[in-house]
Write a protein that binds this ligand. Structure first.
Ligand code: 2B7
Length: 642
């Protein structure tokens, strides 16, 4: 981020560094040079267009993925400044060739709202592009400028003529030498465009893809964005009320929050700072939660729903089934982020600001909507009683009955590992008893434990905690991990460092994977967030030719082997059960030769929608979703890494 005050030496060093610094270390400026970094280029440019729109100029932004692999962003703002800059050159040239030029132009009394940590601007995009053109309609003139490899070749500003409209248009072609991929993903661009449109009520963002045979386009525009956001998230859930939204401003911090209850058990909070997601929360979330819990308790006491003898409702009771969106805009000078990935807001002022808005407006809303409020408080009291009962049961268990219960649940099912070191231990969840038997024989029992899964795994998307606790398979799994479940789950207490799902490579196997992942997503999410869940990849084929024995894990590998070896003998594995213990060890369990797929959550919002669509109780939506996403594989739901 640009320093607020720069002395002469600093600024001249910056200019001397120029764009080569960006090309040398692109990661420093855009995070990475993979697909993620590539798409970042688009958002850098779009951020500027969004800022212009937020300043009140131009409500339409268009992003076009061009046939030649370039990307165009267009707005209907005032048009970037095109006059001579103090330094003597054209202002457009400064914008696109001087690092950190951004902030200096936005001092029109407003502050940069869009963009978060990497808000480094147009020059970085130019530096990482083979070429970039900018067309500006400003104060009656239409002009154009072109750059190649950033500042390597700068064409003089061309005057194209007169115009009576205003706006800016930037087209850039990402540099193939810099990025590991230069293939923009239409869906990725749409997802983010939709999210920005939700957060920016009234602004229309259109995404156009001109690369295919047929042009595809979608426009995202919401009059009441946060409410639409909740409707989108809850499309296939049973909601208990219409979405509620509060807005306000406190000490230069703008606050928008919206919430809605569903009949689910999970709480979900999506928070944003200056349009950027704060995955790890921070002071704005704390302010929201504190105020929410207090307002509800005050209401419940005032109307005698909570009696004097009753304890207050806890935050987790209040938020059971609650989805919240918290969006704050904070002036740049107050911005402060924390944590390893800088995904946590540290700005102290955000807590009282959000607290003030929510306290006042929620208290008012509760009073104005007595029927709904009473219904919600009764639901929260039920959650509170369930929590108390669970706590009591745990306490009883701790007083002596625990070990016997865990032992009873696990006896005869789990083949435990000998080591006491959780970090090296692996828990295999194995489909079927026969494969479970081979796995038990073939494993390294020092650190590998086997839990065979019989019968169907429960669809936890539709089940309550008590149903889950009664389910034998999941109960066994919970006890084997020994780290609790739901709100009580603590991954640091896990008996295993890796949980490995091992199923047949067929439809049933994928279904079991999805059911287990759904359970982890809903009830042990930190396990996924910590990257502790894996999927084992058993081979599809056993190939022999004379004395040569090889295993193939994909059809491509098999084709490759055919090309290499000519005529071969191929055995197709229909299931894990067809392998004997030593084959299973060698191909699927031995760390020296196996392939594991690590499961992680790519994007909370997408995962949320996909999990609920796939596993929810609205079968028609599920069918529609699967039809529309024919390429459905696990990778679509959960990002997987070998
Ligand atoms: C800080 C740099 C980036 N800027 C302005 C004015 C308008 C304007 C911009 C923009 C992206 C793709 C098409 C202000 C210049 C800031 O100063 S950036 N429009 N659009 C944009 O980047 N779109 C501006 C005051 C008076 N006139 C124009």
């Amino acid at each position: 981020m640009a320093a607020k005050t720069v002395n002469y030496d600093d600024s001249s060093i910056q200019i001397l560094k120029g764009l080569d610094a960006v090309r040398k270390r692109p990661g420093m400026y855009i995070g990475s040079t993979d697909s993620h970094g590539l798409h970042h280029l688009i958002w850098e440019i779009v951020d500027n267009a969004v800022d212009e729109a937020l300043n009140g100029y131009g409500k339409k932004i268009t992003i076009t993925l061009e046939a030649d692999g370039s990307c165009t962003v267009e707005d209907e703002g005032r048009g970037m400044p095109i006059g001579k800059h103090a330094s003597g050159v054209n202002t457009l040239q400064v914008i696109f060739t001087v690092l950190h030029a951004g902030g200096k132009f936005t001092s029109e009394g407003g502050y940069r709202t869009a963009g978060g940590l990497h808000g480094v601007g147009a020059s970085v995009v130019n530096a990482l592009s083979e070429w970039l053109t900018v067309e500006v309609a400003h104060e009656g003139k239409l002009v154009r400028m072109r750059f190649e490899h950033g500042d390597k070749k700068i064409y003089p500003l061309e005057e194209l003529g007169k115009t009576n409209r205003t706006g800016s248009k930037v087209t850039f072609k990402p540099d193939k030498k810099i990025f590991t991929t230069t293939d923009f993903k239409y869906d990725t661009v749409c997802e983010r465009a939709r999210e920005e449109a939700f957060l920016l009520s009234g602004i229309a963002i259109t995404v156009i893809d001109k690369r295919g045979k047929k042009e595809v386009r979608e426009t995202f525009c919401y009059d009441d964005g946060l409410k639409s956001f909740l409707e989108y998230l809850h499309e296939d859930r049973n909601v208990l009320m219409a979405p509620v939204k509060f807005s306000g401003e406190s000490q230069t911090i703008k606050v928008d929050v919206a919430f809605q209850y569903t009949d689910d058990y999970q709480e979900n909070t999506f928070s944003f700072v200056n349009l950027v997601r704060t995955l790890d929360g921070g002071t704005h979330e704390v302010g929201y939660k504190t105020a929410f819990t207090k307002a509800v308790n005050d209401y419940a006491r005032k109307y005698g729903l909570l009696k004097d003898k009753d304890k207050n409702l806890e935050g987790s009771d209040v938020r059971e089934g609650l989805t919240s969106i918290i969006s704050v805009s904070i002036p740049e000078e107050l911005l402060q982020f924390e944590g390893q990935t800088k995904g946590k807001l540290g700005t102290p002022q955000a807590k009282p600001a959000v607290d003030a808005v929510v306290s006042e407006k929620l208290a008012f809303w509760l009073e104005e909507n007595r029927d709904q409020s009473d219904m919600l408080v009764r639901k929260m009291m039920k959650a509170s009683m369930a929590r108390e009962a669970a706590r009591k049961a745990r306490e009883d268990a701790r007083k002596g009955k625990k070990t016997s219960k865990a032992e009873k649940v696990l006896s005869g099912k789990l083949a435990p590992a000998q080591s006491k070191d959780a970090r090296i231990k692996e828990l295999f969840l194995v489909e079927g008893d026969s494969a479970g038997g081979s796995a038990k024989q073939g494993r390294d029992s020092h650190y590998q434990a086997i839990l065979p899964l019989r019968g169907k795994v429960l669809n936890t998307e539709k089940a309550s905690v008590s149903e889950i606790e009664k389910n034998v398979e999941l109960n066994t799994l919970i006890h084997a991990l020994g780290a609790g479940v739901g709100a009580d789950f603590d991954y640091t207490e896990s008996n295993y460092g890796k949980v490995i799902i091992m199923t047949d490579a067929d439809d049933d196997g994928s279904h079991i994977q999805i059911l287990l992942l759904t359970f982890f997503y809903r009830y042990m999410r930190p396990l996924l967030e910590q990257g502790m869940v894996y999927i084992a990849l058993p081979p599809l084929y056993r190939v022999t030719k004379g004395k040569v024995l090889e295993y193939c894990y994909t059809d491509d590998e098999l084709d490759e082997l055919r090309r290499k070896l000519g005529k071969i003998e191929v055995q197709r594995y229909k299931g894990l059960g067809e392998m004997n213990a030593s084959q299973l060890w060698e191909t699927t369990m031995d760390p020296a030769s196996r392939t594991l797929i690590q499961v992680s959550i790519e994007d909370g919002i997408l995962a949320e929608r996909r999990v609920s669509t796939l596993m929810g109780d609205k079968a028609d939506l599920r069918r529609k979703w699967i039809e529309e996403n024919i390429s459905f594989t696990l990778e679509d739901d959960f990002r997987v890494e070998s």
